[in-house]
Ligand binder design. Structure first.
Ligand code: SF4
Length: 487
């Protein structure tokens, strides 16, 4: 029986069941069970079908959320999936890892009126998972080949979103990535308890079926220069992401067992994927039995603390210089971490590290007072004099954010223009760099950001590359064939 909408006055907000925190501490499986058909329809029917849907406005890919909620409530799930997939290359990923509390759900009208948001993310996940189960997810095959090719540097969400769009339009698409698996941070950065790896791998297989050619273990600068890729392809997209960990300058920060977050998370994910990881086996990148201190307050910090819990750490603390209200990470992730036994140490920052035999043995931290708000609206941290105290630690993980690598040097292309932060500079109307036919998108342009923004950027840049290549084809085409190409 199809559900009527606007049920928020009768039906309470409900998330799918969450696994017990004690059980979650021992494995890397996702923490939420899925909705059943009834549960998803009931929750979708809570939507008030706003004339101006703020959920959609605040979604980076502008998902047509009210429509797919209505179709879900009516049991028309294949149509719901088609609408979701039309705006998003990875609805099954965004349904799991988007910080909906800061995006669609945080802006849902009924959340603002204190009825509790529509559970948009979990309904999205339900729609996408159902589509995979039922075999509705098909590779987007091109109707004709165009005879032009695009080279994409980076097999993360931005590069893959662009690859799918361009291949569907008939371009030969080659994706180059330095890692041995497809997915970028979705495969090696984000832990399995937020995004199980088979979810990423089955989507990657669709791109291969679609005809996208992947060149893994391929480093631009080592295996080919950017100039060589430009000669090989009609257009090149740089979607390399930002991977250089921000460092910490404090006495003792060069001690052993003080490690960057991504190195730690990659080792854990590789181990989970069945790879041999000597640094995990030796204990260098393994929290088992250790007192762990993670420094940072973003989602990567939460990924690290929750990974450490699952590896069997003796204690896990997260040191963050601001407070809960001013942290950049999702509140939902913080709640999960606390449920699983992580201690959040607010308004504290490392002053230095103590060592023993070359390895870290403790963190000297000082307390922080939050002053007036800065330009971002967050309160400025100020050290409280004489407030130093010590935390036991034999593993410290730095989760302080990421910066771009020096791409002009790395790619052997000194003329590639970058900003003073090292991000690649583009013309924002065309998304093209200063090099003709070389485009850039995702974190390497905007700085470290959300997966969903990379997807949006990847889809946008694909449209710009398509326009560019069409113009290029028209210039080189005899007049009689021009009408054929103007699709
Ligand atoms: Fe539905 Fe909330 Fe979006 Fe309004 S803002 S359309 S109630 S999900």
């Amino acid at each position: 029986m199809p559900q009527k909408m606007l049920q928020f006055v009768h039906v309470d907000r409900r998330m799918p069941d969450k696994r017990d925190a004690e059980a979650r501490r021992h494995d890397f499986n996702e923490i939420y069970e899925g909705f059943d058909d009834r549960g998803a329809a009931d929750q979708a029917a809570r939507c008030s079908q706003c004339g101006v849907p703020f959920c959609q406005v605040h979604c980076p890919v502008h998902h047509n959320i009210p429509d797919w909620l209505r179709f879900t409530a009516e049991g028309r799930l294949e149509e719901a999936y088609e609408i979701a997939a039309a705006a998003n290359t990875f609805p099954e990923v965004c349904g799991r890892i988007c910080p909906q509390d800061r995006l669609c759900e945080g802006n849902c009208t009924i959340e603002q009126s204190k009825h509790g948001t529509v559970t948009i993310g979990t309904v999205e996940r339900y729609i996408a998972d159902t589509a995979w189960e039922k075999g509705w997810v098909k590779p987007r095959m091109p109707s004709a080949e165009r005879g032009q090719s695009v080279g994409i540097i980076g097999a993360g969400p931005g590069g893959l979103a662009a690859a799918e769009q361009l291949r569907a339009k008939g371009y030969e698409v080659h994706v180059y990535d330095r890692y041995d698996r497809i997915g970028g941070l979705m495969i090696y950065g984000i832990p399995g308890f937020k995004l199980e790896k088979h979810i990423v791998q089955r989507r990657a297989e669709q791109f291969i079926k679609q005809g996208v050619v992947f060149h893994t273990n391929f480093e631009v600068g080592r295996d080919a220069t950017l100039a060589e890729l430009r000669a090989r392809h009609g257009a090149v997209l740089i979607a390399a992401g930002v991977y250089k960990a921000r460092d910490l300058q404090a006495p003792g920060s060069d001690l052993g067992n003080i490690i960057p977050a991504l190195k730690y998370l990659t080792a854990s994910n590789r181990q989970g994927l069945g790879d041999s990881v000597p640094e995990y086996d030796s204990g260098a990148l393994n929290a088992a039995g250790k007192d762990v201190v993670v420094i940072g307050g973003g989602d990567t910090a939460m990924d690290c603390v929750r990974t450490a819990i699952r590896q069997g750490a003796r204690s896990v603390k997260c040191l963050y210089r601001r407070n809960r209200a001013n942290m950049p990470g999702s509140q939902r992730e913080v709640n999960h971490a606390e449920e699983e036994g992580v201690e959040l140490v607010w308004q504290s920052a490392p002053e230095g590290f103590e060592g023993k035999d070359g390895l870290v043995a403790g963190v000297n931290a000082h307390r922080i007072h939050l002053g007036v708000a800065d330009a971002t609206g967050r309160q400025t941290p100020q050290v409280i004099a004489g407030s130093t105290y010590k935390l036991e630690a034999d593993l410290v993980i730095k989760a302080l954010g990421f910066d771009p690598e020096d791409l002009p040097t790395l790619f052997g292309e000194p003329d590639l223009r970058v900003s003073r932060w090292g991000t690649v500079t583009v013309n924002f109307r065309t998304m093209m760099t200063n090099l003709d036919g070389v485009f850039a998108a995702g974190d390497i342009v905007r700085g470290a950001s959300l997966v969903v923004w990379a997807i949006r950027d990847g889809r946008d840049v694909a449209a710009h590359i398509h326009s560019y290549l069409q113009r290029k084809a028209e210039v080189s085409m005899p007049e009689s064939q021009e009408s054929v190409a103007a699709e």
